[in-house]
Design a binder for this molecule. Structure first.
Ligand code: IPE
Ligand code: IPE
Ligand code: MG
Length: 209
């Protein structure tokens, strides 16, 4: 893909990857096929952001509310996350070449054991890469994150202040998103980065992810 040159870049972009199901329906395919195509777009956009020189990107991949989808769809999504991570040497080479640090944000509890092991391995293997941080929000909910952060402060006996809460978020060492892009045309935040998006600009596009 051709890399445009920009004078000013956002430091952190959040993506709400919406519209896979509608895309599949339009093509006469099953929703699962939409997610398979969506995973390819996720890879492409991640690489593009890395090549542009963006410091941090967060992809909303699976919300705490998405567990209520049909079991078959949920299983298909979990398999896709596993497949992406298991992509062995090819993915690792790619992460290394682009110096992409992978990080998963969200609740670990409830995720399949195999996926958890792969997440830990991928985070560990890429922890020293330093050009772009790619956050994957998986089993993520903004409200749950704030509650989690507040509980962490209580456990440590720290006062609940904005600064302390920010430091207890999953994104503690990252800038807040300057820009949040949602595909699929809905003007909604859907529980994504609630705390961090206080000053973010929003772009909603009708294009399906
Ligand atoms: C977003 O696409 C992907 C996930 C939530 C994992 P959807 O599956 O929500 O697609 P639409 O919104 O039904 O088209
Ligand atoms: C947002 O899409 C969540 C993800 C992209 C993972 P949804 O399709 O789940 O959100 P709603 O249902 O439109 O709010
Ligand atoms: Mg949707």
């Amino acid at each position: 893909m051709e890399i445009k040159k920009f004078e000013v870049l956002p430091r952190h972009i959040g993506f709400i990857m919406d519209g896979n199901g509608r895309w599949a329906k339009n093509q006469g395919l099953k929703r699962g096929e939409g997610h398979i195509a969506g995973a390819k777009v996720f890879k492409k956009i991640g690489e593009y952001c890395a090549d542009l020189g963006i410091e941090c990107v967060t992809f909303y991949a699976f919300s705490t509310e998405n567990w209520s989808r049909p079991q078959e769809e949920v299983n298909g999504l979990m398999d896709l996350f596993i497949e992406y991570l298991i992509d062995g040497d090819a993915r690792l080479e790619e992460n290394k070449e682009r110096q992409m640090k992978l990080k998963f944000i969200g609740e670990r509890e409830g995720l399949p054991e195999e996926l958890l092991e792969l997440i830990e391995k991928a985070e560990n293997e890429t922890k020293d890469y330093n050009k772009i941080t790619v956050n994957i929000a998986l089993n993520y909910g903004g409200r749950a994150e704030i509650v989690h952060a507040a509980n962490t402060l209580v456990e440590k006996g720290l006062p609940i202040t904005e600064e302390n809460l920010s430091r207890a978020m999953y994104t503690a060492d990252m800038p807040d998103p300057d820009l949040i892009i949602r595909t699929g045309g809905d003007f909604r935040i859907s529980n994504f980065l609630l705390w961090q998006s206080a000053y973010s600009e929003f772009v909603i596009t009708d294009t399906l992810w």
